[in-house]
Design a protein around this ligand. Sequence first.
Ligand code: MOS
Length: 673
Amino acid sequence: MTARAIGQSLPRRDGRAKVTGTATYAYETPVDRPAYCHPVQADIARGRVTWLNTAEAEKLPGVLAVLTEANAERLASTEDAELAVLQSAEVAFRGQLIGAVLAETAEVAREAADLVEVTYVEQEHETELTADGDYDADTTGDVETAFAEADVVIDQTYRTAMYHNNPLEPHATTALWQDDGTLTLWESTQGVHPARAKVAEVFGLDSEQIRVICPFVGGGFGSKGMPHANVILATMAARALPGRPVKLALTRQQMFSLTGYRTPTIQRTRLAADRDGRLSAIAFDVAEQTSRIKEYAEESGKPSRTMYAAPNRRVAHRLSALDVPVPSWMRAPGECPGMFGPEVAMDELADALGMDPIELRLRNDPDTDPESGKPFSSRNLAECLRTGAERFGWAERGPRREGDWLVGYGVAASVYPVNRSPESTAAIRFHGGRYTVDIGAADLGTGTWTTLPQIAADALGVPVGEVEVRIGDTDYPNASVAGGSSGMITWGSAVVDAALAFREKFGTEPADGDEAEGSVSQNPDEERFAMSAFGAQFAEARVHADTGEARVPRLHGVFAVGRVINPRTARSQLVGGMTMGLSMALHEQSVLDPRFGHVVNHDLAEYHITANADVGEITADWLDEHDPYVNAMGAKGIGEIGIVGTAAAVVNAVHRATGVRVRELPVTLDKLL
Ligand code: MOS
């Protein structure tokens, strides 16, 4: 009998290569005679380019070509306006691509890009999000009557900031066109197959003409989940220079306008309850932005539909199309900003009732999903709250004063849906006494290289050391994007299916070269059950009584995420999410200057991300949860839930410590004095 691989804390298979620098990232791919691309970006927020003088740039030794709207190839599809690179002279946001320089070195390309002179006709622009205007509302029951008749009402407006994903590895591409018209892209992406499909559509190619390769990713947090304009530019640039591969790595500053971000939100949150704390209504009206050229809607209202048992519910969204860059996915899109207002409002309601905020949540914990009426496949939020309270020492929550520091604890709940993509295939081959599993999956630091072998080994009934997994290449079977915490759930299901098919065909003593495929299939239980992961986040805040400096020495999260495939990589995901949540609570904020339409703190010197010195003790744990309905592994996604609720827990802790309720993130000292 082989020891089960699932549940073992195996070290990352790619760890050594990553920390010793031998893992090759997209930009580093060795190719012959590469040319380097540097973008030229618009420096107005709205208008039209009337003249682009490239003469000085072209004169610079080492410059190979300057691409502009005038000489760039016409794309087969411009339907996705974010990807319609150099197809029009119109400028829809500051930082938009209006040209590019190709040169022998990256330095020459950059210098030449600075020499391009641009003349514009400017139009008036609007980049400021407001809460005014029409909302798209979805209502259940009689919300207004519930508010009119409630014993206690909370009605507050909360704001989350604009945030940029900022993975360590920038968005980067090495693009190579062959003479036969085929294209190879070494691309930093969360999904080689989805990236290929998009590039094929934009350039009017068959998917078979394109190969996308990405064995390693230095983070993405959603910003590499769908291709952005840089990929199209690099591909175009390589076609403009026959025989030369092209490399393009965006600078940190360029990433602030070209690769997506999280919209700011303005959230009016209303709760109605009786004196015992039973919610009769929840209303959540959220304003968000998108760009004028492409609609991206952050579904912030989603979680408030299913968190608590309130019979009357209203969720309303307002999406403003502004002259700003295109927003996109950022870790826990929807749930992350959408749980901020409601989870702080719950704390405000607990205060108004004089009730423990944990007790308030327990009283409103629903037996079935309030929105669909379906039972939960598993929920266990109450257990997360109770276990976390015990371990964190909730009884000592303050407020108290220790020297010059005001101390208090806060709590908030987390939720993230169990998402599964309908598409993914895995192929298993037996060769030389070992099994190789091929699937075009991605590992953006999440652990896929390590956890897929664990799933395969158990499904095949062999030691994990006999299984090799190969991912990150469109030459392997089609796989879905690493997004929405769906990766492991989807690919793992395909791998289990392939292993079952393999065993059925060849038994336990296969011959050399035996091969079988399997795919993710419909899960009928998804019709019967509401499926989500849940969690409880606890924060200790310390605020300096004189300066208002806020510190969070301790964060603890307890999660209900189904079966954990690998405790080491799982803990890393949860702690990573919580760290990003701490960052959102205290530090991160993209500051957009409405006069010019750009983010002024567009680098890591001024866009402050929580660093080691800001992090005290962050611990994540999980319940021993067995959910037989979610998938063959019994596992829920864990990449995103760690960020959900963290900022609310911190704000609630700061309130406990100081009595000051911060409703606009981040919690900076000016808001505490
Ligand atoms: Mo995640 S933001 O869906 O990569």
